[in-house]
Design a protein around this ligand. Structure first.
Ligand code: GRG
Length: 327
C-alpha cells in the first residue's frame, strides 16, 4: 500500500487556501465550506497552524448576516449549509465563544428554516417544498455544536427522516427520492445526533452501503455509478454509525484512496489520475482516519516531521474527535 504523504498534502491544502487567482475567484460560492475542508484536513494531519487563525476567524464573522445565517462569502446570501461550515470552522479554531450574543441569532436562523412536517429548507427565501435531507443534517449538526438541539421540533425532524427511508433501506433527498450515499450520511447522521438510530433497518441499510464497494476498492454513491473518493466518507461513516464498517474490504478501500493522491503536487482527487481538490482531500483523509481507528487499518505515514499520526475523526460531525470531547 502507498504511504500517506503528509508534507505534500499539507503543501497542497495551504496553497489552495492562499493562492489568489482564477480558481480562487471561481470557488467563491463555496468558500466557507472550502475553509472548513482545508482546516479539518490540516488538523487531522496535525498541522492546523499552517493557516492564519485570526484571519480565518475574521473571515467567518465577515459572512455573518443580520438574520443569524452565514454565507459562503461576504456578498452572498446565507444558507444552512454555510452556517454549519462556519460553526465547524469556529469549533476547529476554538473560537465559538466569539459568537457571544449572536449565538441566539444563529439558533433563530436555524429554527426559521423548519417546516411544519419537520423537513428543512436551505435559506429563508426558499419555497416550503424546496427541502433536502442535507438541510436537516446541517440544521441539527449546527444546533448540536451550539448545545441548543431543543430549539427545533425534534420529533417532527425524526419523523421526516423516517419518511425518507426507501424500500432498499437507504435514504434520498426527500420523501420518495432515489437512495444516495450522500443523503444516507445526512439522514443517519441526523438520527445519530438525535439518538434515534434504532428506527433504521440497520441490516438492510448495511447491505445497501456495503454494496457500494466496487472491484477497484472504491465506493460509489448509488448503484451503477462510478467510484468516488468522497464516498469513502459519506458511505463509510454511515457504516461506522450503524456499526457495520466490517462489511467492506478496508485494505482495498485504503489503497483506492491513496491511489487517488497526486504524487507530485499532493492533494487527493475523486479517482486516480484526476485533478486533486480540497473537498476530496478532506474526505479521503477522513476516510483513512475512520479506517485506521475503527477498523485497525495499518497506515504507512511519510512525513519530514517525526511521529506524525493521523488524528481520529468523529463519524457524525466530521471534526477531529478531540475537539468534541474537550467541549
Ligand atoms: C461534512 C459534516 C459534513 C456536513 C455536510 C452538505 C452536507 C453536510 C452533505 C452533503 C452530502 C452529499 C449529498 C454528498 C454527495 C456529494 C456528491 C459527490 C454528489 C454528486 O452527486 P452525483 O449524482 O454523483 O453527481 P454520483 O456519484 O451519484 O454520480
Amino acid at each position: 500500500m502507498k504511504s500517506l504523504e503528509v508534507d505534500k498534502h499539507v503543501n497542497f491544502l495551504v496553497k489552495a487556501a492562499t493562492t489568489r487567482g482564477f480558481e480562487w475567484e471561481m470557488t467563491e460560492y463555496l468558500r466557507m465550506s472550502g475553509i472548513y475542508w482545508s482546516l479539518t484536513a490540516l488538523d487531522l494531519l496535525g498541522q492546523l497552524d499552517k493557516l492564519p487563525r485570526e484571519e480565518m476567524i475574521a473571515y467567518v464573522f465577515s459572512c455573518l448576516h443580520e438574520n443569524g445565517g452565514f454565507s459562503p462569502a461576504p456578498n452572498h446570501y446565507p444558507t444552512i449549509i454555510y452556517t454549519l461550515s462556519a460553526i465547524q470552522v469556529l469549533v476547529i479554531l476554538k473560537a465559538l465563544d466569539q459568537l457571544g450574543e449572536k449565538k441566539e441569532k444563529v439558533i433563530e436562523f436555524v429554527k426559521s428554516l423548519q417546516n411544519t412536517d419537520g423537513s428543512f429548507i436551505g435559506s429563508p427565501d426558499d419555497d416550503e417544498e424546496e427541502t433536502d435531507t442535507r438541510f436537516s443534517f446541517c440544521a441539527v449538526a449546527t444546533l448540536k455544536l451550539l448545545n441548543s438541539l431543543n430549539a427545533i421540533d425534534l420529533d417532527k425532524t425524526v419523523q421526516h427522516i423516517k419518511a425518507c427511508q426507501n424500500f432498499d433501506g437507504a435514504f434520498g433527498v426527500r420523501v420518495g427520492s432515489e437512495s444516495h450515499a450522500g443523503q444516507v450520511f445526512c439522514c443517519v447522521g441526523t438520527l445519530a445526533l438525535l439518538e434515534k438510530l434504532d428506527i433504521v433497518d440497520q441490516e438492510l441499510l448495511g447491505w445497501w452501503l456495503a454494496d457500494r464497494q466496487l472491484p477497484c476498492g472504491g465506493l460509489n454513491g448509488r448503484p451503477m455509478k462510478k467510484e468516488d473518493v468522497c464516498y469513502s466518507w459519506w458511505a463509510l461513516s454511515s457504516l461506522v454509525m450503524i456499526k457495520k464498517s466490517a462489511w467492506i474490504d478496508h485494505k482495498k478501500l485504503a489503497e483506492f484512496i491513496l491511489s487517488a493522491a497526486d504524487e507530485e503536487m499532493g492533494g487527493i482527487a475523486d479517482r486516480p489520475g484526476d485533478i486533486p481538490d480540497p473537498f476530496h482531500t478532506l474526505f479521503g483523509i477522513a476516510g483513512l482516519s475512520l479506517l485506521q481507528y475503527n477498523n485497525n487499518l495499518e497506515l504507512d505515514i511519510s512525513s519530514s516531521k517525526e511521529n506524525v499520526k493521523l488524528k481520529p475523526i468523529d463519524p457524525v460531525l466530521c471534526l477531529p474527535s478531540y475537539l468534541l470531547h474537550e467541549k
